[in-house]
Ligand binder design. Structure first.
Ligand SMILES: [Zn+2]
Length: 218
């Protein structure tokens, strides 16, 4: 066998051109208008009032959907916007770490789980697609929600129901974190569920008593 060694991946100091162009536009446009805000945030630190748990999906950026400026949203994004149950087992928990920081250090007042239509993570779970070393384990968190969805996997409605049911499950999981429960019990933290329709741009909000999603007010 005379196989060529696999070349090491190269680290290029040149970012993709699109990012340079975007940064140039930021320096020319947004930075001058928000310069004082950035300086203030640098000196005093961040104090966002809202935390968002969103999906990695490039179409569902919380800062864009909520028209948020620097320092306004504390965001953690993951595949399928899932909140795992509280599990302090000494392993690596990025989402839980962000929750702990947002709730106990930043003391955010509002915590929003932001789900969305056409979620690839949800589709992967529903179709039993091969999911590599990490995704399969992660989206197995969808199992309990999937078991409680009424429609069958073949139904067109199944994915939307799973997206919305798993969002409710994530809100339930949030309440398994002692610091989340404690903050919400003393009315220092309010929990919300919201669902973004990528095609229409419509946002609906979970009405927690009825369990229904209703269109966000204009
Ligand atoms: Zn998604």
């Amino acid at each position: 066998m005379n196989e060529k060694p696999t070349p090491e991946p190269t680290m290029d100091i040149n970012l993709p051109q699109r990012l340079y162009d975007g940064y140039r536009a930021f320096r020319a446009g947004r930075l001058p208008t928000e310069q004082s805000r950035y300086r203030e945030l640098a000196e005093r630190g961040q104090a966002p009032e809202t935390m968002v748990v969103g999906c990695c999906d490039s179409r569902v950026a919380p800062e864009a959907i909520f028209d948020a400026g620097p320092g306004e949203l504390f965001v953690v994004r993951n595949v399928a916007n899932l909140v795992p149950p509280y599990s302090p087992d000494g392993l690596y928990h990025g989402v839980s770490a962000a929750l702990e920081y947002g709730v106990t250090v930043l003391r955010v007042k509002h915590l929003v789980v932001l789900g969305h239509a056409r979620c690839g993570g949800i589709q992967a779970f529903a179709s039993n697609a091969p999911t590599g070393d990490f995704i399969g384990k992660w989206i197995s968190l969808l199992g309990p929600a999937a078991a409680s969805v009424q429609s069958q996997r073949e139904d067109g409605d199944f994915l939307k129901q799973l997206e919305q049911t798993s969002l409710k499950r994530s809100l339930d999981n949030l309440k398994t974190f002692p610091f989340v429960r404690a903050a919400s019990e003393r009315n220092a933290l309010a929990l919300f569920g919201a669902y973004f329709d990528v095609a229409t741009g419509e946002l609906s909000v979970l009405e927690q008593e009825s369990g229904r999603f209703v269109a966000a007010r204009d």
